[in-house]
Design a protein around this ligand. Structure first.
Ligand SMILES: [Zn+2]
Length: 444
């Protein structure tokens, strides 16, 4: 009798097109995937976004990032000026009347943005968020800008400069990229010193540690919701665990001058890195890592591989620190998602969401959703590429790509019988909004 009822309910479910409650998921989606996609996308477009990573900015604002683009001839195809999607973005956001960005046409767009910048006020960038249904947006910047509404844009500040307090001549000489990056790190460190009224480097390591901890605490008080390492651009993401005595000796030797050897500098950095992580734990401040490919002519894939961070992410001393692997570890997206198996490790789809086309982002999101859907967040990595194609257009590209890709990933999972449509929408909300809202919620 029991068996018959069960069989009856399976038949009933199949008739309605609802996946049977106890059936095995199919290895291929059915012919109805397109229709499911359309239904899901309509609802997913209504989900407000919590953007985990952006550089909302006008293109001439040097506070947009702690680094600058070095000479680079390796822009991926989708981000070249010739991508027609950027024209679509400008049309959708501003009613851009042209079909390309040739100089005379681009001027129309540049003038519009210059006028918004001159006008000041926060309405312009709030308006961009409204057009894209973005509720909250983390702004990864050296300092916040007066044109960003603090209710909508929350600050993520950089901490890499604390790793470079000594004579950096040997660091800057490593290659052309480092020649661009290192002076900017020195500039940010001087800025923190000025903020904290520290005229010169403290005499001993205890003083330097106190300065580092105080700056981070003050930045949190000034609205910082997370600290960010872009260390993958400068060195390996593998951080050893040196003793304080060793770090103290190196600081004593070089704080007043002298060029440290590569091993000595790295050892000191590894120690200060751990001071920063410890302080993040004490302040309940999430820690962001650039963990993916990067721009530049000398970016090391091996150094940027998120697996380098495993010893830190799995260190019981940091079990209360929330870590966020920005950019999904791309191209190591599968290795990366297994790092988020730890309860305090999260990731986002920033950068990868506009490096690849939505068809490929769909595959990546499908894998992530199938494994740890509570750990993944949307990130735009909105960034100005030039005077015409700005953070506005890249916000649009990232948002449209993510909404369509997650709808497609979930449509396949529904059509394969893995989840029903109600569950699919719940999963979409986790990715686009709820996971980030929960992670940063206390500070909203
Ligand atoms: Zn970024």
């Amino acid at each position: 009798m029991k068996g018959l009822i069960r069989l009856g309910s399976v038949l009933f479910s199949c008739i309605l097109g609802v996946p049977a409650a106890h059936a095995q998921a199919k290895p291929m989606p059915g012919a109805d995937t397109g229709k499911i996609y359309e239904r899901l996308l309509k609802q997913i477009d209504q989900v407000p976004i919590y953007d985990n990573h952006s550089h909302a900015t006008f293109p001439d604002d040097s506070d947009m990032d702690a680094m600058a683009s070095p000479p680079d001839e390796s822009t991926v195809m989708r981000l070249r000026d010739t991508n027609p999607e950027f024209v679509a973005a400008a049309k959708s956001l501003f009613g851009y009347p042209y079909d390309d960005f040739q100089a005379g046409h681009a001027k129309w767009l540049i003038d519009k943005k210059k006028a918004a910048e001159k006008d000041g006020g926060t309405a312009y960038w709030d308006g961009i968020l409204d057009k894209l249904n973005i509720e909250i947006c983390l702004a990864n910047r050296v300092a916040m800008a007066p044109y960003l509404d603090p209710k909508r844009f929350h600050w993520v500040f950089f901490v890499d400069s604390f790793l470079f307090p000594f004579d950096n001549r040997a660091q800057a000489a490593k290659n052309g990229d480092m020649g661009v990056y290192i002076p900017l790190q020195e500039k940010v460190l001087r800025r923190w010193m000025k903020q904290e009224n520290v005229a010169a480097l403290p005499r001993d390591l205890a003083g330097y540690e106190a300065f580092v901890r105080q700056t981070v605490a003050d930045n949190q008080k000034r609205g910082g919701v997370a600290m960010k390492f872009e260390a993958a651009y400068f060195r390996s993401l593998y951080f050893s665990d040196p003793s304080r005595d060793r770090a103290e000796a190196i600081y004593a030797k070089y704080h007043a001058g002298g060029v440290p050897g590569g091993d000595e500098y790295r050892t000191f950095q590894d120690y200060i890195f751990r001071v920063l992580i410890d302080q993040a734990g004490k302040l309940n401040l999430p820690v962001h890592f650039h963990s993916a490919v990067g721009i530049g002519d000398y970016f090391s894939l091996r150094n940027g591989n998120p697996l380098n961070l495993e010893n830190v992410l799995r260190d019981p001393r940091y079990s209360k620190v929330n870590f966020v692997l920005i950019h999904g570890g791309y191209p190591y997206t599968l290795e990366m998602i297994w790092l988020t198996a730890a309860k305090n490790v999260f990731t986002d789809s920033s950068l990868v969401g506009y490096y690849v086309y939505p068809s490929e982002l769909k595959n990546i999101l499908k894998q992530w959703i199938s494994l740890y859907p509570e750990k993944i967040m949307f990130g735009s990595d909105a960034f100005p590429f030039n005077e015409a194609v700005g953070a506005e257009e890249t916000f649009w590209l990232a948002v449209r790509s993510a909404r369509t890709a997650v709808a497609a990933a979930l449509a396949e999972l529904v059509a394969e019988g893995a989840v029903n449509e109600e569950k699919a929408l719940e999963l979409a909300r986790l990715y686009l909004h709820d996971n980030a809202a929960k992670l940063y919620g206390a500070k909203q």
